[in-house]
Design a protein around this ligand. Structure first.
Ligand code: AHR
Length: 651
């Protein structure tokens, strides 16, 4: 994951020397040479023996949905794009092309009368007028902005096919390098039959160079008509799960130390229209039984990441699921009134909860067991809808109450999250969303300090500093870090928090929402500065918040302190969002001994605009060092534009 361990060099070292020698002005970064007044020191008093409250053990988690090609073309490892031919392109068949080799003659078209099952009622028809063993005809798929191939790796393929005559013979699958035209792996399936059948094949590469400039080619060597559907190709996946996820992205999430996964959205839960909601029953079971659906982010979702895959994703990361259920409101404003009309949707939600949490003796628990997962999943929170403050009909109060009554009657142990403030009842938890600029977060850092503790608990279910695109920059990371200090200080009230959006495919056309946490293409992935801020905040999180105060706090200086008495650890998070270094005097009481050696992790940028990209993925990454001279009272200087975490050992 590229968390480098290197020493400070260049600008920061230079800046420190200037501070020490003159204490009059500092050099900003390495190059500008601007001379600015040194701010006064902030004094931090920390009373280790005075815990104010405990820290929510589930504070930091993940929020996800199908946006920015998060699953298709992202986490979901499928390499074939538009595998069921339902994407709408500008003419032709999106992401597929005809290929006639030599003097073969063929054409392709969508056939709406032929499909391998009730869920997939159309297919791609390949009409081959002329072909033979050396003059083959077929179709090629371009993948999600290419197909990443690595040396000596096995790719598992499958497709559904039928032919108008057995004479068409076998179909061959090749992985072809775009630049050389050479096949780097090839497999021939058994002869096609005149009935729809599933064919499986494996393609193993040799000593090739790792590259995403490859495509999949499917050909036949005999005239005739061939129909294909659900064409699939998978690389090795995380823990080798069938129909699974990209290992690099799973590892990046694991490094965030998340405690939960909020799924399946966001707008994606609601759909633009009611019939475009995340209709979970259409997303389970064999892929051939999943009809796919349009996501509100304007592309077709393959639903390869269906409900069971979402739950397994939580399981693979060893975290809880925060399950959001569709509650009768869709984005373009359609809603279902509370009362009898809502009952089928409520029943779907109850079934969904049973699918996730019921044992194999329950109806939907048995369906899950039959699909290969007998053990129930760990779910504590159910979210009723998403951003229902958009529902101007005023129906949410009644919809929430109806869901609450029915879910609590069957599952009293579950905590139910409301997505809009309620007037007539107190929800268990309220989901608040914040998308802001860094300055707005700086100004709002005390947002929860005086919120009534007798009201609902808070889930900050979506939040982000929106600066930088496609992924955020250092300025955004500073806004995020400042906001997180406020969330930690209020982690008695805030039980869950998750940044959004999590993922973006950085290829042209891959992004629907600017400012995201993790970027990738077919081959590689990287974390934004905001990603590393998340990593640091979640990695160093204690179990309680001790009393503390800051005197002489400068503009754009923020801090949080938590401690874990069981580990004798104190985690001091320091955020300096200013362009000059910030001296801090730290005083700790209530501990008989604070070790002089402390671990320091620093995330810093030369400017607010500096960022990581797919081609420069590690410009801004945490740097770990050890400082000497810590104790019950010590001085420390935070470099400009920096987020630092000090792990102190205190007894
Ligand atoms: O995170 C992007 C979108 O922002 C989510 O889908 C939605 O809930 C919010 O408006």
């Amino acid at each position: 994951m590229g968390m480098a361990s290197r020493n400070f060099t260049g600008g920061h070292l230079k800046m420190r020397q200037v501070l020490t020698n003159t204490a009059l002005c500092v050099i900003v970064g390495a190059s500008t040479g601007a001379c600015l007044a040194q701010p006064a020191a902030v004094t931090l008093n920390i009373q280790l023996d005075k815990p104010v409250h405990t820290v929510s053990p589930t504070l930091y988690g993940l929020m996800t949905e199908e946006i920015n090609y998060s699953y298709d073309g992202g986490l979901y490892a499928e390499m074939v794009r538009n595998r069921t031919f339902q994407d709408h392109g500008f003419g032709g068949v999106a992401h597929w092309n005809i290929e006639h080799l030599g003097n073969s003659v063929a054409s392709m078209a969508i056939d709406r009368t032929e499909g391998p099952g009730a869920a997939l009622e159309h297919s791609l028809a390949l009409d081959v007028k002329q072909a033979d063993a050396t003059n083959r005809a077929g179709v090629r798929n371009e993948g999600y902005w290419g197909m990443a191939l690595r040396p000596t790796t096995t790719y598992k393929g499958s497709l559904y096919a039928k032919a108008d005559s057995a004479d068409v013979g076998p179909m061959t699958a090749d992985l072809v390098n775009d630049n050389t035209g050479k096949s780097v792996a090839s497999a021939t399936m058994p002869g096609l039959s005149t009935e729809w059948k599933k064919y499986e094949f494996t393609l193993t590469t040799g000593k090739i160079e790792t590259s995403a400039q490859n495509h999949l080619l499917l050909t036949v060597g005999h005239p005739g008509k061939v129909w294909i559907d659900l064409v699939s190709l998978f690389p090795p996946t995380f823990t080798n799960r069938e129909n699974g996820n990209r290992p690099d992205l799973m590892e990046m999430m694991a490094a965030m130390h998340p405690k939960f996964l909020r799924l399946p959205g966001g707008n994606y839960l609601e759909g633009d229209q009611i019939d475009e909601r995340f209709d979970w029953k259409n997303t389970i079971g064999p892929l051939v039984d999943r009809p796919t659906h349009r996501s509100p982010w304007n592309y077709q979702s393959s639903d390869g990441t269906g409900l069971l895959e979402f739950l397994e994703w939580s399981e693979d990361l060893k975290i809880e699921t925060v399950l959001a259920v569709y509650a009768g409101y869709s984005l373009k404003g359609d809603h279902i009134n509370p009362g009898p009309a809502l009952v089928p949707f409520l029943q779907d939600a109850l079934d969904e909860i049973e699918f996730a949490t019921g044992d194999a003796s329950t109806k939907w628990g048995a369906v899950r067991a039959k699909l290969g997962h007998p053990a129930p999943f760990a779910v504590k929170y159910i979210e009723i809808g998403n951003e229902d403050w958009f529902d101007k009909s005023g129906s949410y109060e009644g919809r929430y109450a109806q869901f609450y009554k029915a879910i609590k009657a069957k599952y009293p142990q579950l905590e139910l999250i409301a997505t809009a403030p309620l007037k007539r009842m107190k929800p268990d938890v309220l989901d608040d969303h914040y998308y802001k600029r860094a300055d707005e977060f700086f100004a709002d850092v005390k947002h929860y300090d005086n919120v009534d503790r007798n009201g609902p608990k808070i889930f900050v279910g979506e939040w982000a500093t929106r600066e930088g695109s496609p992924t955020t920059n250092m300025g955004a990371a500073l806004g995020d870090a400042a906001w997180m200090t406020g969330m930690e200080r209020n982690s008695d009230l805030i039980v869950l928090a998750s940044y959004a959006p999590l993922f973006v495919n950085v290829n042209p056309g891959g992004m629907q929402w600017e400012s995201n946490l993790i970027g990738y293409d077919a081959l590689t992935s990287y974390g934004s500065p905001s990603y590393y801020a998340q990593v640091l905040f979640a990695k160093y999180l204690g179990t309680e918040v001790p009393a503390s105060s800051a005197n002489g706090a400068a503009e754009r200086f923020f801090y949080s302190v938590t401690r874990d008495p069981g580990k004798s650890a104190v985690y001091l998070k320091l955020v300096n969002a200013s362009s000059v270094a910030q001296p801090v005097e730290i005083e700790m009481t209530g501990a008989s001994n604070v070790a002089s050696a402390a671990t320091l992790e620093t995330l810093t940028g030369a400017t607010l605009a500096q960022t990581n990209t797919i081609s420069s993925p590690t410009r801004i990454v945490p740097v770990q060092t050890t400082i000497k001279g810590a104790g019950t009272k010590f001085s420390h200087t935070i470099p400009p534009y920096s987020i630092q975490v000090l792990e102190l050992k205190a007894k």
